[in-house]
Design a protein around this ligand. Structure first.
Ligand code: ADP
Length: 305
């Protein structure tokens, strides 16, 4: 399969920090590619450089055979970027907005067909402020499709949506991909990446820490187990990082989560620690491993820390 995006040794510095550090990866034509990582990992900055919205400080990016640096406008005409809905003008209907976006590309837009594609036909004459959160997200995807792009970029498309609206959006994204559009999305939800993506790049602290097919990453994650519990009195995750077998530890609301490569070593050591430390272990569960556990083993901390 052909690489439609090639990112080579790309770095982005802000005055006080490096947001993206020497990152390289390729996206293949026709795939759904996910960039996964916690807030601040550098996902949006990476995406914005590929979209030609932010200059790169080092390295190179080729999109559909064109350098983003020397062919910025040509690249922009071939891609679709989902805008956040707050950026839309008030006072125009959905149909009028789509026609306006089309005009920006010098194109006639079949607004009713685009609205049907994102299941908003009945809202054609409504304004954006009259839409629900999920409908707004679907509409912003429609605006990104006005130029019939080869690649569609979605930045955290389901953040803030309820579970039903998230599922609807997943269906829409899969449907758009089925018709041949390459999709690059960022997310900090493991389940989203698992459902949608053919391949996943995992970023943490400006670096790429893993890149593989979703299937292989899931296989890798099965090599670890998730151990979850509370303690009385409550302790922080740091207290358990040194236990044998533990490859990452995180805590949220008093619930400790350990990723362990050898449960048979970790559990006895955990009980021994509790006995000598004079605390009680509550609600202990050993769980089916998830991509979240893999993230913990790769980075030592949780996705939502
Ligand atoms: P993510 O999308 O993974 O949450 P971002 O790419 O938005 O991460 O941000 C990466 C890091 O760069 C963060 O620490 C963020 O605060 C910083 N950052 C992003 N944009 C700017 C900017 N315009 N100026 C300074 N720092 C920025």
């Amino acid at each position: 399969m052909k690489d439609i995006i090639e990112i080579r040794n790309v770095t982005k510095n802000y005055p006080n920090m490096t947001a993206v550090q020497d990152v390289s990866f390729s996206v293949q034509e026709g795939e759904v590619f996910g960039i996964l990582g916690p807030n601040g990992a550098g996902k949006t900055t990476t995406l914005e450089m590929v979209e030609g919205l932010k200059p790169i400080d080092a390295g190179s990016i080729i999109v559909d055979g064109l350098s983003i640096t020397s062919h910025n406008q040509e690249v922009k005409s071939r891609i679709g970027v989902q805008l956040q809905s707050s950026a839309f003008f008030d006072g125009l209907t959905l149909v009028e907005l789509l026609e306006m976006f089309g005009a920006m590309y010098g194109r006639e837009v079949d607004a009713p067909a685009l609205l049907a594609k994102v299941q908003l036909t009945e809202k054609s004459d409504s304004m954006v402020k009259e839409l629900s959160g999920g409908q707004k997200q679907r509409f912003s995807i429609a605006t990104a499709l006005v130029n019939d792009p080869k690649i569609l970029f979605l930045d955290e498309p389901t953040t803030g949506l309820d579970p039903q609206a998230r599922r609807n959006l997943w269906d829409l994204i899969s449907e758009i991909n089925r018709t041949g559009t390459t999709i690059v999305l960022t997310t900090h939800y493991m389940d989203e990446a698992e459902v949608l993506c053919d391949r996943i790049a995992i970023m943490d602290h400006a670096n790429l820490v893993a890149l593989d097919t979703t299937e292989n990453l899931l296989k890798d994650s099965r090599l670890v187990s998730g151990i979850q519990f509370r303690t009385e009195p409550a302790l922080t995750a740091d207290a358990f990082k040194q236990l044998p077998g533990v490859r990452g530890a995180s805590g949220e609301d008093g619930l400790i989560h350990l990723a362990s490569g050898t449960v048979e070593e970790t559990l006895p050591a955990l009980f021994e620690l509790a006995r000598t430390g004079d605390y009680t272990i509550l609600d202990l569960q050993v769980k089916q491993p998830t991509l979240e556990d893999l993230f913990l083993t790769l980075t030592g901390h949780a996705l939502r820390d």
